[in-house]
Design a binder for this molecule. Structure first.
Ligand code: XIL
Length: 313
């Protein structure tokens, strides 16, 4: 059978996965990442705490491994992520910077990172998760010090570092129409009206099997109608363990619903799943009792969810 990558390439869609550099030496992992996906995201290796653990001291070893892997395999890289309250080194979070100092710290981080990969990374999650589940701006060091302008500033910095890059804002629980995605709708409308260089919005898509919002397609459409590109950037659909045949069938229908919602809207450029195999998914470590969230299981067998995507492509 054709791989997901073959089918996505034929349709001009992104079909990506998230990768950890620590796994790339395993041949089955690397082969699966290379053959099934046309796009790679760093699961952790490009985050601020990893690339700039101390002010002005950059370490690219693990980030480069993944970019090199993608290049060897002719894959796109979706850059994740530049400004986020989490996995942020404490020298930033607890730095007590003034407004102008924090802008300087952000600009150094963004321009160095985006500039380094300007030939290799064409799309970026510039700001990740700036709004909380209460649909208000999240209380981060960036928001506290700079107010909501930190978002516009980050996009301007990224745009200066690589004017050709396509720049995204990214969050979870905004897949369907709800108070949080409504807040994003108002925010991006405002950013666009101010001329801020934002090109897209990422719906992370960390979902629960049987609870996929029915309004995904309508929600994708309304952001596309604003002129934005939409991507599902971190899709996984978790199951209450143990996974039975019946639960895996339900999960396949859930995957089908999400990918079809994207494929039905021409401004939705594709889907990235959050991991190559259930064996290394973040889900069991994060959500007690839940797992089996990806299309490929922990022994690299293709699950019903895999075939549902295959069918939809
Ligand atoms: C997660 C990784 O998968 C984990 O390995 C890590 O321990 C924590 O971060 N939203 C995001 C991703 O934007 O960066 C997160 O990735 C999952 C939630």
């Amino acid at each position: 059978a054709a791989t997901l990558r073959d089918l996505a390439d034929q349709r001009g869609l992104r079909m990506g996965t998230a990768v950890g550099s620590q796994h790339l030496s395993q041949s089955q992992y690397a082969q699966t990442a290379a053959s099934e996906f046309n796009s790679i995201t760093h699961e952790n290796d490009l985050k601020w705490e990893t690339v700039e653990p101390q002010r002005g001291q950059f370490n690219w070893t693990n980030a480069d491994r993944i970019v090199d892997f993608a290049q060897q395999n002719g894959q796109m890289v979706h850059g994740h992520t530049l400004v986020w309250h989490s996995q942020l080194p404490s020298w930033v979070g607890n730095g007590n910077f003034s407004r102008s100092e924090l802008l300087d710290v952000m600009d150094t981080h963004i321009s160095t990172t985006v500039g380094r990969y300007s030939d290799d990374i064409a799309t970026w999650d510039v700001v990740n998760e700036p709004i909380g589940d209460n649909a208000q701006f999240r209380d981060s060091v960036f928001y506290r010090t700079l107010g909501q302008d930190f978002i516009a500033e980050a996009f301007r910095m990224a745009d200066r570092a690589d004017p050709d890059a396509r720049l995204f804002i990214n969050d979870y629980n905004i897949d369907g129409i709800n108070a949080k995605s409504d807040a994003y709708y108002e925010l991006v409308k405002d950013l666009l009206a101010q001329g801020v260089p934002i090109d897209g919005i990422g719906f992370q898509g960390h979902l629960i099997s049987g609870q996929v919002p029915s309004s995904i397609q309508q929600n994708i459409q309304r952001f596309v109608d604003l002129g934005l590109e939409v991507m599902i950037t971190e899709l996984d659909i978790r199951i209450q363990m143990p996974a039975t045949e019946q639960k895996l069938e339900q999960q396949a229908r859930d995957y089908e619903q999400v990918v079809n919602a994207c494929y039905a809207v021409s401004g939705c450029s594709g889907v990235i799943v959050w991991g190559v195999t259930d064996a290394y998914s973040w889900v069991p470590d994060t959500f007690e009792g839940q797992g089996a969230a990806l299309p490929i299981d922990d022994s690299y067998q293709k699950k019903p969810a895999y075939w549902a995507i295959h069918e939809a492509l």
